[in-house]
Design a protein around this ligand. Structure first.
Ligand SMILES: NC(=O)c1ccc[n+]([C@@H]2O[C@H](COP(=O)([O-])OP(=O)(O)OC[C@H]3O[C@@H](n4cnc5c(N)ncnc54)[C@H](OP(=O)(O)O)[C@@H]3O)[C@@H](O)[C@H]2O)c1
Length: 251
């Protein structure tokens, strides 16, 4: 177990999409620094393996199977944090998918899934955590957007629309939660090594994205460090937006 870090150690953090990629890396990073972690995702076997590994290393971690498209399951995840650890300090709405394709291919099921997970899943995370944070008069909601939430490119219209929506929702939230002493952060990463490109079903698009990731993607702990930076600021400092890319990434 690493030494105690002010602003991280002891903070109760709920992470959606903690079974791989950015969420998993953040769970490890924060748990090693003494934050109790509540892990949510659908692949519960992976979550339980991660929770056991973190617990064996001396951290506090619990895993709960959670589909973020079901508000009741997201509430159960957040309520579990409060029951087990007494409060929720950080809600990291991270679960997402990126099945990119040209609009003309009419992958309507994939559009629906991106809207359900990337937008509604974030809203459900807000709905589940906000009442606790209002009562506590403290908390921090961190929502994951993307460079794609700032820029749209061919094949990425729906994904960009969902990630743009995350930014808009989070800025609205920021303005509304002032009376409750709640902080909000949007994190917009560029290409980061994870399982995200595997959600692309169109072979030509998948190949192009794979080539791009192989060339430029950076490790997922880059994301974990941005979460740690935002949450470890003094209580009166609210880091509202972080946009970062691999140094090699052009757009
Ligand atoms: N990697 C990048 O380059 C990059 C760049 C910008 C933004 N992002 C964003 O970062 C976030 C994390 O993605 P990642 O890169 O770490 O990809 P990843 O490795 O594919 O992880 C995605 C996570 O989301 C979870 N998830 C998907 N659907 C879910 C659902 N219905 N309910 C609960 N969990 C669900 C997955 O868990 P289960 O399948 O087990 O449910 C998994 O843990 C996403 O919002 C993504 O858009 C990533």
């Amino acid at each position: 177990m690493a030494t105690s870090i002010e602003g991280i150690t002891g903070k109760v953090v709920v992470i959606t999409g903690a079974s791989s990629g950015l969420g998993e890396a953040t769970a490890r990073y924060l748990a090693e620094r003494g934050a109790p972690i509540v892990l949510g995702a659908r692949r519960v076997d992976r979550l339980e393996a991660l929770a056991s590994e973190l617990t064996r290393a001396g951290a506090k971690a619990v895993a709960l199977e959670t589909d973020v498209t079901d508000v009741a399951q997201v509430r159960r995840l957040v309520d579990a944090a409060v029951e087990k650890f007494g409060r929720i300090d950080v809600m990291l709405n991270n679960a997402g998918l990126m099945p990119q394709s040209p609009l003309a291919r009419l992958k309507i099921d994939e559009w629906d899934r991106m809207i359900d997970v990337n937008i509604k899943g974030v809203l459900y995370g807000i709905a589940a955590s906000l009442p606790h944070m209002q009562r506590q008069k403290s908390g921090h909601i961190i929502n994951v957007s993307s460079v794609a939430g700032h820029k749209v490119r061919a094949n990425g219209a729906v994904y960009s629309a969902t990630k743009s929506a995350v930014r808009v929702l989070t800025e609205g939230l920021r303005q509304e939660v002032k009376p409750y002493n709640i902080r909000t952060t949007i994190i917009s990463p560029g290409a980061v090594d994870s399982e995200l490109p595997q959600s692309i079903s169109e072979p030509d698009v998948a190949e192009a994205i794979r080539d791009f990731y192989d060339r430029v993607a950076i490790p997922a702990d880059s994301f974990a460090r941005t979460v740690a930076f935002a949450m470890s600021q003094p209580d009166d400092v609210d880091i509202n937006e972080i946009l970062y890319r691999p140094t090699l990434q052009e757009f």
